[in-house]
Design a protein around this ligand. Structure first.
Ligand code: PDD
Length: 284
């Protein structure tokens, strides 16, 4: 079990890792984050995740002065110290520590970086497992494109899914279109074998795994379309799958108790998952 974290310049075991009670991430969810998968010292889409972290920081005007190179060195050190070969790294940057006040105008505070490493079960070589999902109204704020830690609707959606024996909650917007999962992007494959996912329209996170999978699919002569699709189309799709740094490519075989493809995992989902593990690499 990994148990060393990095908090504000200090590597320490979890018991001694402390975050100030006045951290704005704690009070307001005034922080951004990233999750990056690694396997034997190899990171998946590392540069893209770090770039998105800086984009998120800019989007909410957090002035983070650490360079990309320093950040990479810290992450690399932390994984080495924890002796984990397969897992994910969670990086969070909050606006910093200040007496509780909604507005941060004029606050001269230093952003707080914290990082933890999570060991994951390496099931890359195993048979792909399909999961169940439920749909729910998308009740999030209007900027889900920013990867902030303000995730209460996502937390409630995932929990409701789990209570109903499902793995993921799929958000549906007020016009009946699928936006994304509580912690993933959603894809369908129609009867013409077109692979479809919602465009980056501000209503979803611009998933890094989503982008990688779209590239791999196109390179393999598959047709990828960025189009909105409705909840009803989900139910009658040939295949449905989700993508994220923590779940890679995961087939969805049942939604709202309706079986997709008679509850069987589709071959294209399996192929894309294999392609992801074979090709999506970035040495640190
Ligand atoms: N979540 N949409 C949402 C709402 C997410 O939270 C995530 C990832 C994604 C997929 O993005 P990516 O492919 O870049 O991981 C889409 C991470 C894994 C999490 O919150 O743990």
């Amino acid at each position: 079990m990994p148990n060393i974290s990095y908090v504000d310049g200090v590597y320490q075991n979890y018991e001694n890792s402390k975050i100030n009670i006045n951290d704005r991430g704690y009070h307001f969810g005034d922080s951004v984050y990233e999750v990056i998968l690694f396997n034997k010292g190899i990171f998946y889409d590392f540069e893209e995740h770090i770039s998105r972290l800086f984009t998120s920081l800019n989007s909410i005007n957090i002035k983070f002065s650490l360079s990309r190179i320093s950040l990479k060195i810290i992450i690399k050190n932390l994984i080495k110290i924890n002796r984990v070969s397969f897992g994910s790294v969670y990086i969070q940057v909050s606006r910093g520590i200040a007496e509780r006040n909604h507005s941060y105008k004029g606050m001269n505070i230093k952003p707080l970086l914290s990082i933890i490493v999570t060991k994951k079960l390496n099931n890359i070589g195993n048979d792909t497992i399909g999961v169940k999902a439920i749909t729910l109204d998308d009740n999030r704020w209007s900027r889900p494109d920013i990867k902030t830690t303000q995730l209460l609707p996502n937390v409630l959606a995932k929990t409701e899914a789990n209570i109903k024996g499902a793995f993921e909650g799929i958000f549906i917007d007020s016009d009946g279109y699928v936006t994304e999962g509580s912690s993933s992007n959603i894809w369908i494959i129609n009867n013409n074998n077109e692979i479809i996912t919602r465009p980056i329209d501000g209503q979803i996170l611009s998933g890094i795994t989503r982008k990688t999978i779209a590239q791999f699919a196109k390179l393999n002569k598959l047709i990828v379309k960025e189009e909105k699709f409705k909840k009803q189309e989900l139910y009658k799709s040939k295949e449905v799958f989700l993508t994220s740094a923590s779940s890679f490519v995961t087939p969805i075989i049942e939604i709202d108790n309706i079986e997709i493809n008679e509850g069987k995992i589709g071959q294209t989902s399996i192929d894309l998952r294999n392609l992801y593990f074979r090709n999506s690499r970035n040495n640190l």
